[in-house]
Design a protein around this ligand. Structure first.
Ligand code: ZN
Length: 263
């Protein structure tokens, strides 16, 4: 059965352009025909838009990833992102933005400044936010700091999803209190604690993702994560919740489509 799964978060623009058709073909074969390509810089956001404009199944997110922040977000940069979204109907969210507390990342107050501006951009454009939050190893309280900034900037007005969710029910509950979804990726296949969390989360709060990017560290190309792998994540959720694959696929795709329609 084709055309019923969605991948809420990928980095398709980072693959060699010659690979895109093959990746999208394998995705379609697995039933994945709605894919969001998220930008991590201005240039990468432009590339995501190009890919989206060339392929029916791809939509674009635009934004600056916390790892890629070099300076405070200027009004000029804000306005360039704003024009990108205004000029392209396939821009459906602000992504990938967020906070990264892990060692070696840009200064956290700089990250917060850029995040705040980008949430304001999302509100001005009425676009949802698919966001990143990574803790300093062993310091899960960091996610509450990310969510506190999002609350202060009124993310509830546009909605969104916490990308690559792999934490406990308490963090999930803060997301739900802010009307945010959780986006589940391949860690679900191997982390028992995440499997327990997902069992307890209502299906109408979940979207799926692969966070696909070129995994050069895996020598065997066939082992790289691609959007087609959304099917394995949906199958795992189906198994955990005692539901059919079709039920999980339809519900999670509907959740994503509804999120993108909040504008
Ligand atoms: Zn990502």
């Amino acid at each position: 059965m084709n055309g019923y799964l969605a991948d809420s978060h990928t980095h398709l623009d980072q693959f060699d352009p010659s690979e895109i058709l093959g990746i999208l073909g394998s995705a379609i074969d697995a039933g994945v025909d709605l894919i969001i390509a998220a930008g991590v810089t201005e240039e990468s956001s432009r590339k995501c838009i190009e890919i989206a404009n060339s392929h029916d199944s791809v939509f674009a997110g635009i934004g600056i990833h916390p790892m890629d922040i070099k300076e405070p977000m200027t009004l000029a940069s804000y306005n360039r992102f704003k024009s990108m979204a205004a000029a392209n109907t396939k821009v459906v969210c602000i992504s990938e933005i967020g906070l990264d507390f892990s060692p070696g990342m840009p200064n956290i107050s700089l990250q917060i400044q850029v995040l705040r501006k980008q949430i304001r951009l999302a509100r001005e454009l009425a676009l949802p936010v698919i966001f990143h939050s990574r803790e300093h190893p062993g310091r899960s309280i960091d996610h509450y700091k990310t969510l506190a900034v999002l609350r202060e900037e009124k993310i509830q007005e546009v909605g969104g999803a916490m990308h690559y969710f792999q934490w406990d029910e308490a963090v999930a509950q803060v997301c739900f209190d802010l009307d945010l979804l959780v986006s589940i990726g391949k860690p679900l296949l191997r982390i028992p604690q995440l499997q327990e969390t997902v069992k307890s989360i209502p299906l109408d709060h979940i979207v799926l993702e692969t966070d696909s990017y070129p995994q050069y560290f895996k020598r065997n190309r066939s082992r790289w994560t691609e959007p087609k792998d959304v099917k394995a994540i949906a199958m795992k959720i189906a198994e955990l919740k005692g539901l059919s694959l079709e039920t999980v696929a339809k519900a999670t795709t509907k959740n994503l489509v509804n999120l993108l329609r909040t504008k």
